[in-house]
Write a protein that binds this ligand. Structure first.
Ligand code: GLN
Length: 538
């Protein structure tokens, strides 16, 4: 077997510099040369996994095929490298500590003293080795979350030092830093970068490549200065100036020969980087002029990161039709209060997405949004909770089941009609994550339905994250009135896709199609949604 080479990405000066984009762009460049690549995230926080972290603080929870609930960065990785990752690719300090503590309780350390070095650092390294083996990657890119200098991050940097000791030239260190702009002197400053690299070197790690983030053009002289003060080759100081779209980044880096610089350092021979798919995709994005406004009726308004994959999927579908997507947030609590401005938005937007969500807040407003879309022929895409909302609305207003409700929102058990109820075979679920149905499951699509038309396929696999499902008791009643169950689990027991007859596009999925959408290959449900809007506008 070929040896895996490692690239470790750290960040300096401050957070939110886009380490994830640097990691995944690098991986994408090498994938274009025919290598097998994978990306991993190490998060120094103490949570055991990101599944229970608030989207307010942390953005969306991204779900992998195997059901792992991960940081949104894994979503970037998958979108950039178009390779399904595994739960092994997401490791937090919490997970590392909890494993070490469990082993200690089991007596595995034979009474030895358990210490950050070597036990915690060793465990982190073993997690990397395990993930690299699992992913069988030629190049394995590892992003260390946080910023150099964080207290929590120290064991991870010490691990990196040990890793370089163990694997020598097979490990490449990349550091992403900021060159802040000072308006008073009209210049970018390199000192924070110098200090950040000094801190990294204090931990025993010298970067091989430095990416300098800035919102403006970086003068050559400054790049040279960074190289000189940070002891890095001049060509290996790469400007990472803010781009129009993150999908331009692999192309921009390649302009600075990133592929060649990395291959020389990691001793890969004669690689040919073929980024034509990226070039075509970015060109298509640039051609998009006309704007489509999509209403997003979620819970975390104005918080792009909480719906990152949904927004990316909508944008990708827009680009396929040379349209730019603009998001209009719809606050469904305001809809409940009959706020005129908010109600007006329903009219103004070209189509509405009701994304996934948990808890009661704003759900009555979401039901009103679904009712508006159904009665006004407005394209509607329901994602997980959004599909459940679609069913409740239909039950109340078409089937006249006035107390129709989801068991999730009926703690006091006031309703006799749980159209959506706790999953019947919940107890059989053995996948990780406690009570949720997580990860990829097959879905069979009925011929002759809208779903079949957009998927052009009868059997698909989609990613899930839910506890509740459509109550089969009501199936016949719904279908008799034009609410079609177009996708189910192969044994037909679980409703997966629902759609409305006599509507240009009102469709909902119990799964999350957004996780499988790719920048240049939008997901069929999003593609169909935008196509319906484009047709409506003609
Ligand atoms: N809260 C709903 C459920 O658990 C929907 C979940 C979701 O939208 N991801 O079934």
């Amino acid at each position: 077997m070929k040896r895996t080479k490692f690239i470790v990405v750290t960040g300096g000066v401050c957070s939110s510099l886009g380490k994830g984009i640097v990691a995944s762009s690098t991986a994408a460049i090498f994938k274009s040369a025919g290598l097998k690549v994978a990306v991993m995230k190490l998060d120094p926080y103490i949570n055991v996994d990101p599944g229970t972290m608030s989207p307010f603080q942390h953005g969306e929870v991204f779900v992998l095929d195997d059901g792992a609930e991960t940081d949104l960065d894994l979503g970037h990785y998958e979108r950039f490298i178009d390779t399904p990752l595994s739960s092994f690719c997401s490791v937090t300090a919490g997970k590392v500590y909890s494993e070490v503590l469990t082993e200690e309780r089991e007596g595995k350390y034979l009474g030895g003293t358990i210490q950050v070095v070597p036990h915690i650092t060793g465990k982190i390294l073993s997690k990397i080795e395990l993930a690299a083996k699992k992913m069988k990657a030629d190049i394995f890119v590892i992003e260390i979350g946080g910023t150099v200098g964080d207290i929590e991050g120290e064991p991870f940097l010490e691990m990196l030092r040990q890793m370089r000791y163990k694997y020598g030239k097979d490990v490449l260190s990349m550091h992403v830093t900021l060159l802040p702009y000072l308006a008073a002197s009209n210049e970018l400053k390199t000192k924070p970068t110098q200090l950040s690299v000094r801190e990294l070197r204090r931990m025993g790690v010298t970067p091989d490549i430095i990416f300098c983030r800035a919102d403006t053009k970086i003068p050559k002289a400054l790049l040279k200065k960074v190289a000189y003060f940070c002891d890095v080759d001049e060509e290996a100081v790469i400007p990472a100036e803010t781009a129009h779209s993150i999908y331009e980044i692999p192309l921009k880096f390649q302009k600075y020969n990133l592929g060649k610089i990395v291959s020389d350092k990691l001793k890969f021979k004669r690689l040919k980087f073929k980024l034509s798919e990226w070039e075509k995709g970015v060109m298509a994005m640039k051609k998009a002029k006309q704007i489509l406004t999509i209403g997003l009726a979620g819970k975390y308004n104005e918080l792009d990161d909480a719906y990152l994959s949904v927004i990316e999927a909508a944008k990708a579908a827009g680009f396929a039709f040379q349209k730019k997507i603009q998001i209009q947030w719809i606050d469904t609590e305001k809809i409940e209060d009959k706020d005129k401005n908010e109600l007006q938005k329903l009219e103004e937007v070209d189509g509405i997405i009701v994304p996934g969500g948990f808890g009661n807040r704003g759900t009555e407003g979401k039901i009103q949004v679904a009712q508006y879309c159904r009665t006004h022929q407005k394209p509607y895409l329901g994602l997980c909770l959004g599909s459940q909302i679609m069913a409740i609305e239909f039950a109340r207003n078409v089937l006249n089941i006035k107390d129709a409700q989801s068991e999730e929102f009926d703690e006091k058990k006031k309703s006799k009609n749980h159209i959506i109820h706790f999953m019947a075979d919940q107890r059989k679920i053995t996948k990780k994550g406690g009570t949720m149905r997580l990860g990829a499951y097959p879905c069979v699509i009925k011929k002759g339905t809208l779903a079949h038309k957009v998927y052009k396929n009868a059997k698909v696999s989609e990613r899930h994250r839910h506890r509740f499902e459509f109550n089969n008791k009501y199936r016949v009643q719904f279908e008799d009135q034009g609410f079609i169950i177009s996708g189910t689990s192969p044994n037909k027991k679980l409703v997966e896709i629902v759609e409305l007859k006599n509507h240009p596009y009102m469709i909902g999925s119990q799964f999350h199609p957004e996780f499988l959408s790719r920048p240049f290959r939008p997901h069929p449900l999003f593609h169909g949604f935008i196509e319906a809007i484009v047709k409506e506008k003609k």
